[in-house]
Design a protein around this ligand. Structure first.
Ligand code: SF4
Length: 55
């Protein structure tokens, strides 16, 4: 899934991953969309942001 970096925070996402290219200070995400996986996770700790890109 293609994501684009916006100039503002995505209001629907709070994220603490400060090493991500899309991270914005204040625990915001500037990606216009994110993908979360894997499909068959059974707990929240098993899920990950697939849009993460290292800075
Ligand atoms: S793309 Fe994912 S990991 Fe990166 S800032 Fe947004 S929510 Fe966080």
């Amino acid at each position: 899934m293609q994501s684009h970096k916006m100039n503002e925070a995505n209001p629907g996402v709070k994220c603490q991953v400060s090493s991500c290219y899309y991270y914005m200070s204040g625990d915001h995400c500037s990606a216009d969309r994110i993908e979360v996986l894997p499909r068959h996770a059974t707990t929240s700790s098993e899920t990950d942001c697939g849009t993460f890109t290292k800075k």
